[in-house]
Ligand binder design. Structure first.
Ligand SMILES: [Mg+2]
Length: 432
């Protein structure tokens, strides 16, 4: 039936450089291994880099992608923050309405109407509520939840203010989504060695969190590390309101107990393949002889590097993928639900595969319909946790078609797309 198909990726420049979120730190900093670890860090501050560390740095220097983007001269130490606002949409709602504080808040359509959860407060997450879940399911899981409609304009405006606060640190910033960004503070944090440099980032992170709390009454979690992979894991390590620093000298140990899923680029399929080979934790990956190519193909060598906490990905400051879409023009206009569903499913599979290859997740799903008279409509929905699975994208596509009653007459064209692309979130980071 299909006559024309297309898959598009659009590129665009981010108009806005600055960044995201933070919270108040009660303790000086969340160090991954507690007090013993603090001592190790204090000692490290006065030590010169170990031979292995120096070799690692030299190697990274030669590859140098990350350094160039950050404007780093070879031999300088990288200091990156990953900043992620805590339950952002729901936190904004709770801040703006005192009656919602401490309550399980779900941002999205009420369960009585067909709809999905855009975001959930931590109180609601305790009941198992997650973004992109049907509202009816969320209502069953958490009968006491208070549903509030999303106010995207409000969240975007808040995001800009917070990004401005981040920009005032002088960091180079890569915004990842409305409530998340990487900050490169290498230039202002050079110390005696890699870990001393990271420690110099700590007061900057504390000040940033305090400032966001004082000026916006919102909390964020910050991870500090020498690369993106570790900084992101660090920010997720102790949410909400966390501040975690992963020193270079302890990164291998820090990673060991984490499930393989925690590693950037490891999705369900890779996880299954690894599990079948007896590899469940990052420690198992570290110990695996060889480069893992036999198990996961060309991703093998990189996966091995990630498992050791090595990552030279630069901050992306230029053109980047902004959206992925697929559309199909039918040979004959149709409103046959079976045909339309099959079409959407295929498009979702294309998009999901593309997202996986690029190791991205999407916050926004959009459908596009064109009728016989060439009238064209688009409708979209944005959720807080990025989507990666084709079936979730498909489900939201069906939801949009149904909610908006878009198939009220035969369609000439049907399209599905995703945007607001970011790195996928490892939904659970508990130790195994
Ligand atoms: Mg967040």
């Amino acid at each position: 039936m299909a006559a024309v198909k297309g898959l598009a990726i659009s590129l665009g420049k981010l108009a806005y450089r600055p960044c995201p979120w933070v919270a108040i730190v009660q303790t000086p900093v969340t160090l991954v291994f507690g007090h013993a670890f603090c001592f190790a860090l204090d000692a490290a501050a006065n030590a010169t880099p170990s031979g292995s560390l120096r070799r690692l740095l030299d190697r990274r220097g030669r590859r140098s992608g990350g350094r160039q983007a950050a404007g780093l001269a070879p031999g300088m130490f990288r200091v990156l923050f990953h900043l992620d606002m805590d339950a952002f949409y729901a936190s904004v709602e709770q801040r703006d309405n005192a009656a919602l504080r401490g309550q399980p808040v779900i941002v999205g359509s009420p369960p009585s109407r067909r709809g999905v959860v855009a975001a959930a407060s931590y109180e609601a997450r305790r009941f198992g509520v997650r973004s992109a879940m049907p509202s009816a399911t969320a209502g069953r899981l958490c009968p006491t939840a208070i549903f509030v409609p999303p106010r995207m304009e409000r969240y975007r405006a808040e995001s800009q203010i917070i990004m401005q606060l981040l920009a005032e640190t002088g960091a180079i910033i890569e915004p990842m989504s409305i409530d998340e960004a990487y900050l490169d503070l290498s230039q202002s944090c050079q110390g005696l060695d890699a870990d001393d440099s990271l420690l110099r980032g700590r007061p900057i992170a504390q000040t940033l969190k305090r400032r966001i709390w004082a000026e916006r009454q919102l909390t964020a979690s910050i991870g500090i590390a020498a690369n993106k992979l570790l900084a992101k894991l660090a920010s997720e390590f102790q949410k909400p309101d966390g501040l975690t620093l992963i020193p270079e000298r302890d990164k291998v140990l820090f990673l060991r107990p984490l499930p393989v899923r925690a590693i950037h680029g490891v999705g369900k399929v890779t996880e299954t393949v690894l599990r079948q080979a007896g590899i469940r934790t990052v420690g198992d990956l570290q110990d695996h002889p060889g480069d893992l190519r036999a198990l996961v193909g060309s991703f093998g060598p990189r996966l091995k590097q990630f498992a050791r906490g090595e990552d030279d990905r630069p901050l992306e400051l230029g053109d980047e993928i902004r959206s992925i879409s697929a559309e199909e023009t039918f040979a004959r206009d149709t409103d046959d639900r079976k045909v339309l569903r099959a079409c959407l499913r295929e498009q979702a599979a294309d998009i999901g595969a593309r997202l996986k290859r690029k190791q991205l997740g999407a916050h926004t799903v959009q459908v596009k319909v064109r009728y016989g008279d060439f009238t064209t409509l688009t409708r979209q929905i944005t959720v807080e946790e990025p989507l990666v699975e084709a079936r979730e994208i498909y489900r939201l596509g069906c939801f949009l078609l149904g909610r908006e009653k878009l198939v009220s007459r035969p369609l000439r064209l049907l399209g599905l797309g995703v945007s607001t692309l970011t790195e996928p979130v490892a939904r659970q980071l508990p130790l195994l």
